[in-house]
Design a protein around this ligand. Structure first.
Ligand SMILES: Cc1cc2nc3c(=O)[nH]c(=O)nc-3n(C[C@H](O)[C@H](O)[C@H](O)COP(=O)(O)OP(=O)(O)OC[C@H]3O[C@@H](n4cnc5c(N)ncnc54)[C@H](O)[C@@H]3O)c2cc1C
Length: 285
């Protein structure tokens, strides 16, 4: 289908974009890579009167080193994030997840910030963001504020970004030297996940010193598997530790049921995927 008629703005600064958002309020929608928004507009599930395209705002693109963290601009395409050496070195879990995200065409157009702002619980970036304790820098009329990953995802397709705000960048504390694995289960290649596990671990000698584990499509938001993390820390990197930790993967989840599998199937699957993800992450730590 063809979208309903809309007016188009392409500001070249974040300040202009925020001013346009304030002026048009509920009638406006932010456009990033368009990979989720445009299909929705074509199906006429959303018909904004104004589309504000962030594509010309250079300050929202790129990856930079900020000492104890790396910062990824919201408008950085998935393909750039996936190939970035800083991301690979300090947040390998993101690199692994982007490797599994959609096909090359979508990765070329879709953006890091757009995917996170869209907040699809089946999206591949939310669980890694939670596992890595990412911080979301949100710009609004009153300046910038930072929201932690635990508070950013509010509900299905709903985040802490207000109607007059724009996600500017995402700050990821450095996880240098941590092992990482994103284990995604799909029926066919390039699909959205039935469910997935994002796991990252740090070793100290033979002991697991720290762990971050996130779950994709196991609730209305990306989840953090705190029980799995607790079960891992202080234990040796053995098969027994991995099994015991993975057995806690389904604690507190509320998975969807659809044609790909019912909720019980997903509960079973998430334990299997957690075992695989932890085994692989530990082998790289
Ligand atoms: C065929 C296909 C397969 C896909 N498969 C996968 C997959 O396997 N895994 C996966 O994770 N994703 C998948 N995607 C989605 C992809 O990751 C999109 O890139 C992403 O969901 C949206 O990013 P975008 O930059 O295209 O945002 P857009 O579509 O432009 O915007 C999405 C939403 O976020 C809002 N928004 C965007 N940027 C900002 C911002 N900076 N501040 C505030 N609000 C903002 C928009 O207003 C809109 O509501 C797929 C998409 C397609 C078309």
């Amino acid at each position: 289908m063809i979208p309903a008629t809309f007016d188009y703005l392409a500001p070249s600064t974040l300040e202009e974009a925020l001013a346009a958002l304030q002026e048009h309020g509920d009638d406006a929608k932010i456009l990033a890579g368009g990979q989720s928004l445009l299909p929705v507009m074509r199906m006429r599930l959303n018909a904004p009167e104004w589309v504000i395209d962030l594509g010309r705002i250079e300050s929202l693109r790129g990856v930079r080193d900020e000492g104890d963290a790396i910062v990824i601009g919201a408008m950085t395409p998935h393909s750039v994030v996936g190939a970035d050496p800083l991301v690979a070195e300090h947040a390998a879990l993101i690199t692994r997840a982007v490797d599994h995200l959609a096909d090359a065409q979508v990765r070329h157009r879709g953006t890091f910030g757009g995917a996170l702002a869209h907040a699809d619980p089946a999206g591949d970036l939310g669980a890694p963001a939670r596992a890595l304790d990412a911080e979301f820098v949100i710009a609004g009329p009153g300046g910038r504020r930072t929201v932690g990953a635990d508070d950013f995802f509010v509900d299905l397709f709903e985040t802490a970004i207000g109607e007059d705000e724009i996600l500017a960048e995402v700050r990821i504390p450095k996880h240098t030297g941590w092992g990482a694995c994103y284990e995604k289960f799909v029926r066919v290649a390039h699909q959205w996940p039935i469910c997935a596990v994002a796991a990252t671990v740090r070793m100290d000698g033979g002991t697991i010193a720290a762990a971050g584990v996130g779950l994709t499509n196991m609730g209305s938001t990306p989840l953090r598997a705190r029980g799995v993390e607790e079960a891992l820390v202080g234990r040796p990197a053995s098969e027994e530790s991995v099994r015991a930790a993975a057995a806690r993967a389904a604690e507190g989840v509320d998975p969807p049921a659809d044609l790909n599998g019912d909720a019980d199937y997903r509960r079973h699957l998430i334990e299997v995927l957690t075992r695989r993800a932890l085994t692989s992450a530990l082998s790289g730590a």
